[in-house]
Design a protein around this ligand. Structure first.
Ligand code: FE2
Length: 356
């Protein structure tokens, strides 16, 4: 997005996946990945899945998307989901999906184990697909206490909207040293500045889509995205912005003292935090701490962007917290699984899985 100062250079956050005889990351590789997670809040593991495995994962995603009875996700971008700009849905806990998730868990065991105990629940397995015309999410934090994973099943370009991260913004701090309150306040201030630009970007894009032949607005779409009373934190909804009903960004945040601080700290905000957009190649897996600042950009290309995603709890969770922040498929709710269940799954023991 030209309005935001975003870097596409992700080299400093990448670790090339190297596996041992048991199929897991080698200790030096896992150590490097753990250090990235502790320092930056996320790590990009290139080549964790072979192309055949990514293809097998993509077949699972396509099967879910083709199902008219699919279980739509209850979080983030509901309006985009309704207007076919995104398709975020939960994958069923079928033998194939579970085998895919178990293989990922096994390969990443020595990284995930730094955060997740074996008894901690698998919160959801989903697919995050976005299409041309989707909105750029506001910079936000997901509910805390979770490690989330994105697997690229195809090459994802900048224009398709690879996830944007703000390195080092996990509230737990850098390498075990918590951020001081002043730094956390500066992160909030930076988010306000970025989200103002995202609001403008989304509105300009919607305006341009009115007469577009590439991504024409659907019936009622402009009203739903700009003037609706319905809950959706990631739309450029002016009504909810004006009445303060969007907790991520609203007029109520633009108080005179905040505007003054934005002006006074403008140079520091420019240099202190940087936005990095990922463009993962097929087979790359990204792990991130859920409460670091990030956003799913809009897809500015005609090619759909499809990601496989799963989330593991870093601690015990209440059912209320689980179901309000994440979207487990009904089959996962019926038969919950833990990180340990995934590691004990027969597919997790296969070095070269037979399902791929
Ligand atoms: Fe998010």
């Amino acid at each position: 997005m030209s309005d935001l100062p975003i870097s596409s250079d992700t080299a400093a956050f990448e670790v090339a996946a190297v596996r041992d005889a048991q199929g897991r990351l080698t200790e030096p590789c896992a150590r490097a990945a753990r250090a990235m997670m502790a320092t930056h809040g996320f790590v990009i593991l290139t080549g964790l899945l072979s192309h055949a495995e990514a293809d097998a994962g993509l077949a699972l995603v396509r099967a879910a998307l083709d199902d008219p009875e699919r279980s739509r996700c209850a979080f983030a971008s509901q309006t985009d989901n309704r207007h076919r700009r995104r398709d975020f849905c939960a994958l069923p806990a079928s033998p194939e999906v579970t085998a895919f998730a178990a293989t990922l868990a096994r390969r990443l065991e020595d990284v995930l184990s730094a955060y997740c105990g074996r008894e901690h629940p698998l919160l959801e397995v989903t697919t995050l697909t976005s299409y041309f015309g989707s909105s750029h999410q506001y910079i936000h934090r997901d509910p805390p206490g979770v490690i989330s994973l994105f697997a690229a099943l195809e090459d994802v370009s900048d224009a398709q909207g690879g996830t944007v991260f703000v390195p080092g913004t996990q509230p737990s701090g850098i390498a075990g040293r918590p951020h001081d309150p002043g730094t956390l306040a500066l992160m909030d201030l930076a988010s306000i500045a970025w989200n103002w630009r995202i609001l403008r970007h989304n509105l300009a894009k919607l305006w341009a889509m009115r007469g577009s032949t590439e991504a024409p607005l659907g019936p009622g779409e402009l009203r739903d995205r700009v003037f609706s009373t319905k809950w959706d934190e990631h739309q450029p909804n002016l009504l909810r912005f004006l009445i303060g009903k969007n907790p991520l960004f609203s007029l109520a945040m633009l108080t005179p003292p905040t505007l003054w601080r934005l002006w006074r700290h403008r140079a520091e905000l420019r240099h202190r935090f940087r936005l990095v957009q990922t463009a993962p190649k097929k087979g790359t897996v990204i792990l991130y701490q859920s409460d670091m600042l990030h956003a799913g950009p809009d897809n500015r290309s005609p090619a759909p962007r499809r990601l496989f995603s799963m989330s593991l709890a870093r601690g015990p969770v209440t059912e209320k917290m689980w179901h309000s922040g994440y979207s487990p498929h009904p089959t996962l709710k019926e038969r919950p699984m833990s990180f340990g269940d995934l590691l004990n799954h027969p597919a997790a023991q296969e070095i070269e899985p037979t399902w791929a």
